[in-house]
Design a protein around this ligand. Structure first.
Ligand code: GUN
Length: 292
């Protein structure tokens, strides 16, 4: 069994980006610049957005963190976005989700200029993704494509089963893997909570992407020998034996499947660490599109 090591792969990608940025700076070019807006004081969101800013520093990007209070109105947030949209020093930016309940998330995502939407959440970018046109692929599906590519996992002609139809993972993943692209050309089945006889379907899969958000859902008996397993789940489960009081559990029963599979992503250390690396990659892409 081969572990698809997202921690190491994301470190490799960040190293590659850092070299590229050093090269730009050596040529007196300005560095790529990512901005992030966060509204409110949610601890997990703050941790996550700070990790993004720190990752920017490590690869030599400029970064700007805009912290807005929980009471920020939708109009005020839209004004901040309008400023970033036309700021030539900012190549890409994200609005950290979730937003407070009084703000319409869809309205906010649609306000981001598509050419700076490095999260790939704007409907125009999602539409381009569906049409296999140049766009920003959102971080989680992009990270999965990158892991499969770097570990030389063949997808062409394979049976892929995606579990979960979320807008940010399952749905784009199923579209991408069916497309004519380097990591693609698969026969994809998108399954969800209304799917009947799921086990019969997963047992036929060469590759399974589990992205439904139910801890340890995918059991050994649902998987065929030699399958490739991508575990997108990440749930905090109480664990008094840990200093933090919890442990992170994926959507896959790792212990139950590990001896049957050819490749599997661990949780933590699989898909999760890839997402920040892919956000940086999208920012670099935005930079080149704007500078060239
Ligand atoms: N919240 C959790 N993940 C993400 C992400 O990838 N982008 C944004 N903007 N917010 C998030």
């Amino acid at each position: 069994m081969i572990l698809l090591d997202g921690k190491k792969t994301s470190a490799d990608i960040k190293e590659e980006i850092a070299l590229e940025v050093a090269d730009l700076k050596a040529k007196d070019k300005k560095a790529p610049h990512l901005a992030a807006i966060i509204v409110g004081n949610d601890g997990a969101s703050l941790t996550y957005v700070n990790a993004k800013v720190k990752a920017c520093e490590r690869v030599g990007f400029e970064s700007t963190l805009i912290r807005l209070s929980e009471e920020t109105t939708e109009e005020e947030l839209l004004n901040e976005i309008a400023v970033l949209n036309v700021d030539n020093d900012i190549n890409g930016f994200i609005v950290q989700l979730p937003l407070p309940a009084h703000i319409d998330e869809q309205k906010v995502l649609m306000a981001v200029a598509p050419e700076k939407d490095v999260d790939g959440f704007h409907p125009m970018n999602v539409g381009k993704l569906a049409l296999n046109l140049p766009t920003f692929i959102s971080a989680t599906p992009f990270g999965i494509l990158e892991l499969l590519e770097r570990y030389n996992v063949e997808t062409s002609g394979k049976n892929v089963v995606v579990i979960g139809r979320s807008h940010i993972v399952g749905s784009p993943m199923s579209i991408l893997l069916a497309q004519k692209r380097k990591v693609g050309n698969a026969t994809v089945t998108l399954t969800h909570s209304r799917t009947k006889n799921l086990e019969e379907i997963t047992k036929e899969a060469d590759i399974i992407v589990a992205a439904l958000g139910i801890p340890e859902f995918l059991k050994g008996e649902m998987v065929k020998d030699g399958a490739v397993i991508i575990d997108v789940g990440i749930t905090r489960v109480a664990d008094p034996s840990k200093k933090s009081g919890f442990r992170l559990v994926g959507d896959v029963d790792f212990a139950g499947v590990k001896d049957k599979v050819s490749h599997i992503t661990p949780v933590p250390g699989g898909v999760g660490p890839m997402t920040i690396a892919m956000l940086l990659k999208n920012t670099l892409l935005a930079y080149y599109r704007q500078e060239d």
